[in-house]
Design a protein around this ligand. Structure first.
Ligand SMILES: [Zn+2]
Length: 282
């Protein structure tokens, strides 16, 4: 029987959050409790790329009680709050960076009243990588990739990889779809760009037989106490991946696309390139 692997998804690790963002922000003490639980119960964290490698090989070699710990967005609090705890526990993790907002603020969160949340700097990201944490991309500007034209989606996917590789001096092999949204076109573009895996959300346990380009992750939210955390790890109440995209998701994509749902959405490849140059100081 195939092992069920939990891929956990955190966002911010922080003491404060607006009411609309509280769900996405785990208090530092609670996060430490989660990590200590993993340690006490003999879990071995691996990176997304290590899991993807096990998924692509015949021997499918995994440690006992594997778990993947991921963080989306690249908030500065990863450096101040999460990294010290991970280091204390001797844990690795995978951190997904919005490359166009490094050193800036979380402008895509205006609706959550969190547009000023500080993002990591490049210096911090370099230190994080040298501490044994994997960094992947989360798009260049945090737009939902399945709502873009193929050319603009491709620019988001390839620019973010090139920028991150340039800054950290190593290959970047994984991407997390902003808000988990993806389509068959997005999947094809991610494969073409040279990624070896991609993370969605789905709130389901994973198995080595899953699609490496639509990995399921389980959201750990601000109110996930240690009992709920234990339940998530054991898959209680969760589906087992693979879970195919539902018709309702496709309908919702149409609504998001047609409603002009986003602020600061780059509409052309040129605009994206200009944005990238502006962010990198060129
Ligand atoms: Zn995100």
């Amino acid at each position: 029987m195939s092992v069920a692997i939990p891929i956990l998804l955190y966002h911010s690790i922080s003491k404060s959050a607006s009411a609309r963002f509280r769900e996405w922000s785990v208090r530092p003490e609670l996060f430490a409790t989660h990590m200590q639980y993993l340690q006490r119960h003999g879990y071995t964290p691996i990176t997304v790329t290590q899991l993807a490698a096990a998924m692509s090989k015949d021997d499918r070699c995994l440690p006992d009680r594997p778990v993947v710990i991921t963080f989306d967005d690249g908030f500065a609090d990863f450096y101040t709050e999460a990294l010290p705890v991970l280091k204390d526990c001797g844990f690795t993790a995978t951190l997904f960076i919005v490359t166009g907002l490094v050193g800036s603020t979380s402008r895509w969160l205006l609706r959550e009243r969190e547009g000023n949340r500080l993002m990591l700097s490049w210096d911090q990201i370099v230190t994080i990588v040298s501490s044994g944490i994997e960094c992947g991309t989360h798009g260049h500007t945090h737009v939902q990739l399945d709502t873009l034209s193929p050319a603009v989606a491709n620019a988001e996917i390839t620019c973010s990889k090139a920028v991150l590789e340039d800054k950290i001096g190593r290959e970047v092999s994984t991407i997390a779809y902003p808000n988990g949204y993806h389509s068959s076109t997005v999947l094809r573009l991610v494969k073409q760009a040279g990624y070896s895996s991609a993370c969605a959300v789905k709130n389901a346990m994973s198995a080595v037989t899953d699609d490496r380009f639509a990995l399921s992750r389980i959201i750990v939210s601000g109110d996930t106490g240690v009992q709920e955390f234990a339940a998530l790890l054991s898959g209680q109440g969760l589906r087992v991946a693979p879970v195919r995209e539902r018709i309702t998701t496709k309908g919702w994509r149409f609504v998001r696309r047609s409603a002009g749902f986003f602020t600061q959405r780059p509409r052309t490849v040129d605009q994206l390139e200009a944005l990238r140059n502006e962010r990198s100081g060129k």
